[in-house]
Ligand binder design. Structure first.
Ligand code: AHR
Length: 503
């Protein structure tokens, strides 16, 4: 087969396109906060020291809820260090990234930054080296309007109104041996349940995320979810998934098919959660917070942290991956997978946002620019509205060493019946030849094409860098609709987005 045939039927609804699917993640790690979003003295810095050029890009990216302050960082974090008079805040050693945390930016400053970015706060509490009481204290400080010592402390620290944080993560990657305070599923499940119960006693309106696995490759995957949910099922709303992908040993074909793993990961966690619910005779449903996902070259030098006892730098260059055109295609396919599971993935956080495995890069005193991965995120976040709709796909296949035979074309659609708009997101994972794609859009009525975007580069290794920040950009894609059939040709290794409107 040289062509792929797809059908969009708006009745094949997967679930709502929740804005929280387009969340981000800011960790105190490397140059993310310091010399990333915050650089007093930079020509573009505002009165608080936040880079306005970065804020412009964050708004353009279209990030909804932002998870903060970690990540591995949170498991050694004392939240009290990050509030109150700045000059009195301690300098702490961050064991996760072998760096020094100055606490110059803390909860209040970050919330101010979020207000400027137009994003919401999602907080993680430390269940690695701390426990229920500290989580309760932070919740009281953040969400109780007035009348208690901690609420008054927040007011004295400059915020009269509560932060009103809606979503809280109960620790981070507690299944990972690298995590400070890593423990067994049973120990973590019991601690998370106790903490969740207490947090709900304080503020019943919050949503809680319990830690799932740090990846589907973890030896405890599956069993971890079962045990943790047996403890916490009644007390939490979501369980987390984390997944990072990279090309291994030059196997581009498998790398391009990474979203197959994301699909299987999500479906396995849903099955496990539903099994626990069934065994409990519960009518409640646990959804997924996919609160870390990205392409990350973990084995590269960029991810090596200092190790010496006298070497604890402030904001070192860490995890500064430079993304290629092929990385962006894989990244776009991961977004397709998240949307294709919009019934159960209620929230997702791209890890991360600035400088650290990020769609936005900065140079101290210099410019900010968009990595290749910026484009699929910004376009999907802007164009995906209404409901996610399953595409019926008949496609040629590609052979991969990791995932076997997989369809070359993957995709998903969205449909907003009230606005009369739709969008189709596609990826061609084939490496050999262009593919003619025919999409039967008759189910959408009489539609016209409003915008098209193609992310592809004849050099799959092409990147955007300080020296050449606009090397890779999306281009318009030649597309036409005739007799209810939308026709495009996708080059190999390509991601595309098409926006349609009812005439
Ligand atoms: O995003 C980088 C790191 O990846 C996070 O700190 C951690 O949660 C994960 O292992």
């Amino acid at each position: 087969m040289t062509a792929a045939r797809l059908t969009v039927d708006p009745r094949s609804v997967i679930g709502p396109v929740r804005r929280r699917l387009f969340g981000g993640f800011v960790e105190h790690l490397g140059r993310h906060v310091y010399d990333g979003i915050y650089e007093p003295g930079h020509p573009a810095a505002d009165e608080q020291g936040f880079r306005t050029d970065v804020l412009d890009l964050v708004r353009e990216l279209g990030v909804s809820t932002i998870r903060y302050p970690g990540g591995n960082f949170v498991s050694g974090f004392r939240w009290e260090d990050s509030v109150g008079p700045r000059e009195q805040r301690p300098r702490r050693l961050d064991l996760a990234w072998h760096s020094t945390e100055t606490n110059e930016i803390g909860l209040h400053e970050f919330a101010d930054w979020l207000d400027k970015a137009g994003s919401d706060l999602m907080l993680a509490v430390n269940l690695g080296t701390r426990g229920t009481l500290e989580a309760l204290d932070l919740l009281e400080y953040a969400n109780v309007p007035a009348g208690s010592t901690l609420a008054q402390q927040r007011i004295d620290d400059g915020r009269t109104e509560p932060f009103d944080v809606r979503v809280w993560c109960l620790g981070n990657e507690m299944d990972g041996p690298w995590q400070l305070g890593h423990r067994s599923a049973a120990d973590y499940g019991a601690l998370a349940a106790r903490t969740a119960k207490g947090m709900r006693q304080l503020d019943p309106s919050i949503e809680l995320v319990v830690c799932g696995s740090s990846g589907a490759q973890m030896p405890t995957f599956g069993e971890w979810e079962r045990v943790v949910l047996e403890h916490t099922y009644d007390d939490v709303d979501m369980i987390s998934c984390h997944a990072y992908y990279q090309e291994h040993d030059g196997d581009t074909a498998s790398f391009l098919a990474s979203a197959v793993d994301t699909d299987r990961f999500i479906e396995a966690v849903v099955a496990t959660a539903d099994h626990v619910g069934a065994a409990k005779g519960s009518a409640k449903r646990i959804d997924i917070s996919f609160d870390e996902w990205n392409v990350w070259y973990m084995d590269r030098v960029a991810s090596e942290k200092p190790t010496a006892i006298d070497d604890w730098p402030v904001a070192p260059r860490l995890l500064e991956d430079v993304y290629s055109a092929v990385d962006a295609v894989v990244f776009g396919s991961l977004l397709i997978s998240l949307l294709a599971h919009a019934d159960r993935v209620a929230s997702a956080s791209l890890a991360q946002l600035v400088n650290v495995i990020a769609p936005i890069m900065t140079e101290p005193g210099g410019p900010a620019w968009r990595q290749t991965t910026f484009f699929p995120f910004a376009l999907t976040s802007r164009l995906a509205t209404g409901e996610a709709v399953r595409l019926h796909i008949a496609s040629p296949t590609v052979e991969t060493a990791r995932y076997g035979t997989v369809p070359a074309v993957a995709g998903v659609a969205t449909h907003d019946a009230d606005a009369g708009t739709s969008a189709v997101f596609l990826v061609n994972r084939g490496m050999a030849e262009p593919l003619d794609v025919e999409i039967d859009v008759r189910g959408l009525g009489d539609v016209e094409i409003v915008e098209t975007h193609l992310l592809h580069d004849d050099d799959p290794a092409a990147c955007n860098t300080l020296a050449d920040p606009d090397r890779v950009r999306p281009r318009p894609l030649d597309a036409r609709v005739e007799g209810g059939i939308l026709r495009v040709t996708l080059p190999p290794v390509a991601w595309a987005a098409l926006a349609l409107r009812r005439r």
